[in-house]
Structures are given as structure tokens and as C-alpha cells.
Design a protein around this ligand. Structure first.
Ligand code: BTN
Length: 255
């Protein structure tokens, strides 16, 4: 579905050559009253941030690095759903711009061939009444890398490695902003529920065992209407999991 009317996401685009982090730069614009849909893009970040305090590596000009300002005015508890919405948009953009089949790893990674090609970082600010002031949605996509430094620490891939040919980050960027615009509007209108079947059809870890936040082994069975992971615990009960970090899990498994 294509949304009617002018685009919300990308209504203003700040394109930078180098920045510490597009997240930090956009947070300053947000504090100064930037409108919803403002995007900051950089060719290179000197202090790119990943989830859980990790850094996000890039080599200049090789990645699509951007942050989007959202002001949905929803309860703060809804913010994690935006990672799922963004993951869906990223996977669709990869397919449409480069013909690549991408899978989603709950809550916010995009994989190609089991390797991470994109990461999503939602950073939310809330009001005293518990509603969202804004969400800064950071997206990093590996586009032109031929190899990754060891510091990346988990199996990674790029569009180039996945397809054996070079890709234009500008084309991917346009497709991504379009897909994000459509999916975000759908989320605003109806929440995660209507997007859930699409998200689940790309889900990479259905029926897989993983370590739940309480330390027990669980089997990922479903993702519910609110975007929470539903996992089967060893005692047979279905547990609602609200956060999980696949990279910590892979370190735990490796050592
Ligand atoms: C992760 O998988 O850990 C999330 C990575 C998010 C990286 C993007 S790149 C653009 C934006 N700016 C940042 O500093 N981080 C996000």
C-alpha cells in the first residue's frame, strides 16, 4: 500500500559527510523543535552507537547511516514496536532496491543468509504523563563492505557480499524512506496488529531455542499484537518477553 499525500518521513533531510552519531545530531535538532519526519544521514560516523552501549562500526561511504525523528504521541510502552515497524521497512527496501530476501530477528535486526546486514536503534524520550515526546530511530545498513573487522563480533554481511555486486546507497535510501513512510503511517493508524502477519512471514527465529531474560531456556513461538515475543518456557507456560539481545546470546553460546 502506498500512502497518499506528501511524505512525512524525509520531509527534511540533513545530509552530512561526517558526524559523531546521527542519533546525537538529531537529538539536538529534536530539542530545537524539528518536525516529525526529519532525517539525518551521514557518510561516516566517528562514534556510531549500537544497542546496549555497543559501538556501531562503519567505513566512510560504505553504509547507509541514518536517524529519523518520530513524534507519535503514544504511550512510551509502544516505542519498541517502532523497531519492528522499521525492520519490516528495511527488509522491504532491501528486496525492492536490490532483490535481496531479508529476514527479521526479533526485536530489531535484519539478516540476510543468517548474517546481520542492518541494525535498528530506537531511542525514546518521554513526557511526565508517560507519553512519548519523541523517538529517534537509528538505522544502519551495510551496503558496500567487502569484509568486516573482527571487532564487529558477530556474523555480518553487506548488500555487496550478499549479491556479488555494488549498490548505490542513494537508491537504497530513497526506497527505505518510502517504505518507512508507508509502514509508519500504517502503524499510526492501526498499531502493530495489522503489520504483524507481514512481520511474522519474515521472522528468522520462529521455533528456535534461546535464553529468556530470566535465564531459562525458551522456544520462540510467536510475536503478539503488541510486538512482544511469546516464548514457551520449560514448564510449558507461554512467557511474554519484552527484550532480548541476540548478540549477548551469541557471545554466551560461543564462550
Ligand atoms: C544495533 O544493531 O546495535 C543498532 C545499530 C544502529 C546503528 C545506527 S547507524 C545510524 C544511527 N546512528 C547511530 O549512532 N546508530 C544508529
Amino acid at each position: 500500500m502506498t500512502a497518499a499525500g506528501p511524505r512525512l518521513i524525509g520531509c527534511r533531510v540533513h545530509a552530512l559527510d561526517e558526524v559523531d552519531s546521527t542519533q546525537t545530531y538529531l537529538a539536538r535538532l529534536a530539542a530545537d523543535g524539528a518536525p516529525e519526519g526529519t532525517v539525518v544521514i551521514a557518510r561516516h560516523q566517528t562514534a556510531g552507537r549500537g544497542r546496549r552501549g555497543r559501538s556501531w562500526w562503519d567505513a566512510p561511504g560504505q553504509s547507509l547511516l541514518l536517524s529519523v525523528l518520530l513524534r507519535p504521541g503514544r504511550p512510551a510502552a509502544d516505542a519498541p514496536q517502532l523497531s519492528l515497524v522499521a525492520g519490516l521497512a528495511v527488509s522491504e527496501a532491501l528486496e525492492r532496491a536490490a532483490g535481496v530476501g531479508a529476514q527479521l530477528r526479533w526485536p530489531n535486526d535484519v539478516l540476510v543468509g543468517g548474517r546481520k546486514i542492518a541494525g535498528i536503534l530506537p531511542e525514546a524520550a518521554s513526557r511526565a504523563d508517560g507519553t512519548l515526546l519523541h523517538v529517534i530511530l537509528g538505522i544502519g545498513i551495510n551496503v558496500r563492505q567487502a569484509a568486516f573487522p573482527q571487532s564487529v563480533g558477530q556474523p555480518a554481511t553487506s548488500l555487496r557480499l550478499a549479491t556479488g555486486r555494488d549498490h548505490d546507497p542513494a537508491l537504497l535510501r530513497e526506497m527505505l524512506l518510502e517504505r518507512l513512510d508507508d509502514r509508519y503511517r500504517e502503524w499510526l493508524a492501526g498499531g502493530f496488529g495489522p503489520l504483524r502477519p507481514l512481520w511474522r512471514s519474515r521472522w528468522a527465529i520462529a521455533d528456535r531455542a534461546f535464553t529468556m531474560p530470566d535465564g531459562r531456556a525458551g522456544v520462540a513461538e510467536d510475536v503478539d499484537q503488541d510486538g512482544a515475543l511469546l516464548a514457551r518456557a520449560p514448564d510449558g507456560r507461554l512467557v511474554r518477553v519484552l527484550s532480548w539481545d541476540p548478540e549477548e546470546e551469541s557471545h554466551a553460546t560461543r564462550h
